[in-house]
Design a protein around this ligand. Structure first.
Ligand code: FES
Length: 271
């Protein structure tokens, strides 16, 4: 209602300024004609100088009054326009949905994804993190780090909760989570398979090892996790045991000197 009233005031001010300008154009043209005529007469009759001075004073008064009127109308227009903009309904802040493929069970208090339904999301944890880290935009990275550490990825529900509780916007979250590669927007598998792509491992056939593991685990193009959410494959830099190249690390277990034929042995009992 306030916004509508402010909008009406804006329209009235614009109309008044437009009308004032039209009046000024017509009035100036008429007064110019009168002044020119009086100047002509004053040349012949000096006694008309007082009438010319009176006409010129009338023009000056008109211009002064108009300046005052325009200043007030402009001020009212600015205030009304600002009120109109402030009263506009705000679009709801929204985190884009990501498809969820997996189910959640709890292990050691943290969600672990192993099935086909959405993981269990404990939003009370998000509330605790926000209370601890603060509600300002500067808390975005610590909050996302805590959520990532707890859920092992950034669930959409948790991110929406962050936006509700803080000054952090969906755009800021999207920018931050895509800039830092350690942030994940999709659930991670139960086991992390790190395939070393450092120089020694690359030369020793890391690409073929990766391809074989992806083929065996039926990981789709563009994905990094198998359909059952058991394994997530990551390509990492040197794991620090180059003499064993090519090297694969499954959780905390390291396997080296692999070939495409033996690559899946690294998955051990989990496969
Ligand atoms: S390059 Fe792979 S362990 Fe060093």
């Amino acid at each position: 209602m306030k916004g509508r009233a402010a909008g009406v005031v804006v329209l009235v001010c614009v109309a008044a300024l437009t009308a004032d300008y039209a009046v000024k154009i017509a009035w100036t043209a008429a007064s110019d004609v009168r002044v020119a005529a009086l100047q002509e007469k004053v040349r012949a009759d000096a006694g008309l100088a007082a009438a010319l001075a009176a006409e010129q004073k009338k023009i000056a008064d008109f211009n002064q009054a108009r300046r005052t009127r325009i200043n007030w109308l402009s001020l009212v227009l600015i205030v009304a326009a600002a009120a109109f903009l402030v009263e506009q309904p705000k679009a709801p802040r929204r985190i884009p949905e990501k498809p969820q493929k997996a189910a959640g069970v709890r292990r050691g208090g943290k969600p672990v994804v192993t099935g086909a339904a959405a993981p269990e999301i404990d939003l009370a944890f998000v509330d605790e993190v926000v209370a601890r880290e603060g509600r300002g935009t500067e808390a975005a990275i610590p909050i996302l780090q805590a959520i990532q550490a707890h859920y092992r990825y950034l669930p959409d529900e948790a991110l929406r909760r962050v936006c509700e509780l803080t000054e952090i916007t969906p755009a800021q979250i999207a920018g931050t989570s895509s800039f830092y590669s350690r942030f994940r927007r999709s659930p991670v598998g139960e086991h992390i398979v790190r395939v070393c792509h450092g120089t020694a491992c690359h030369v020793a056939g890391a690409r073929q090892i990766t391809d074989e593991l992806r083929r065996e685990l039926k990981i789709a193009e563009g994905e990094d996790t198998d359909p059952s959410r058991t394994f997530t494959i990551e390509e990492v830099a040197c794991l620090g045991c180059c003499s064993l190249a090519p090297v694969v690390m499954v959780d905390e277990h390291t396997a080296g000197n692999l070939t495409p034929a033996t690559a899946c042995d690294a998955l051990g009992e989990h496969a």
